[in-house]
Design a protein around this ligand. Structure first.
Ligand code: NDP
Length: 254
């Protein structure tokens, strides 16, 4: 029996990249996992299929984030799909992973880019949590996927880094607020991970440079992040809340 047997999890952006790795890891531990996607239903179905092939339980839930009413749409879809898959109601683990980048130094970022990245990376998780609090059971877990860019200055992604700073503040503040319910709230900050969000890693020179940032000398994989999320979701992390755990292979340490 897995450490998360009998628990239900929702992983936003579980269709691809880091979110897929997290969905796989939580399912391997026995959780029933809602694999959320924005537009790429096929990718979400592939994640679900892969989990099923390993003996896990998962289902796909679609809702585009960053639009008015997004949180409500996601929860409505989640409630219906969970009931269809015999999961009853409510959940134990919410992973706010879905996110987008906004490239550009400050003078290159348009107002529309700024509004969009804050809508998807900050406003959506905020209201997803707000509207999910009645569903989240006492003793549950909220895990927000932040970024190493909150500690390491990358001027080429200023607005994006700001969204993750806001998420870290949400993590700490909510941990304080939800402690009495036994709910822990933590964030995980990846370094550079090989996913679709970083198409520039296809260039071997850029890849080698990215690997060089990490003390451990390579680019991260989704499983490197998913295993940390698996720990924070487990009972082993019961005394950890309001923290940000950087999983970056020791990027830019000195
Ligand atoms: P990917 O681009 O590989 O995957 C993004 C995921 O988020 C997809 O599942 C996508 O759904 C979903 N998503 C994106 N935009 C929306 C939207 N508007 N509405 C609903 N769903 C959406 O990204 P990563 O896996 O790399 O990133 C995951 C998280 O990790 C992000 O929060 C990112 O900021 C963070 N991160 C990533 C790092 C990296 O180097 N990769 C480093 C630090 C942090 P769909 O498949 O439907 O498009």
């Amino acid at each position: 029996m897995g450490t998360l047997s009998g628990r239900t999890a929702l992983v936003t952006g579980g269709s691809r990249g880091i979110g897929r790795g997290i969905a796989e890891r939580l399912a391997r531990e026995g959780a029933l996992v809602a694999v959320h996607y924005g537009t790429n239903r096929e990718a979400a179905e592939q994640t679900v299929k892969g989990i099923g092939a390993e003996g896990g339980r998962a289902f796909a839930v679609g809702a585009e984030l960053g639009l008015p009413g997004d949180a409500e749409a996601l929860w409505t879809a989640f409630d219906a799909a969970l009931a269809r898959h015999g999961g009853g109601s409510g959940l134990d683990i919410l992973v706010n992973n879905a996110g987008i980048n906004a490239h550009g130094r400050i003078h290159e970022v348009t107002e529309a880019d700024y509004d969009r990245v804050f809508a998807v990376n900050v406003k959506a998780p905020f209201f997803l949590i707000r509207q999910g609090l009645d569903r989240l059971r006492d003793g549950g877990r909220i895990i927000n996927i932040s970024s190493g860019a909150t500690r390491i200055a990358f001027p080429s992604i200023t607005a994006y880094a700001m969204t993750k700073g806001a998420l870290d503040t949400l993590t700490r503040t909510l941990a304080h607020d939800l402690g009495p319910r036994g709910i822990t709230v933590n964030s995980v900050s990846p370094g550079i991970v090989a996913t679709d969000i970083n198409p520039w890693l296809a260039d071997p020179a850029a890849h080698a440079q990215a690997a060089g940032y990490a003390a451990l000398g390579r680019v991260g994989e989704p499983a490197d992040i998913a295993d940390v999320v698996g720990f924070l979701a487990s009972d082993d992390a019961r005394w950890v809340t309001g923290q940000d755990l950087e999983a970056s292979g020791g990027s830019a340490l000195g």
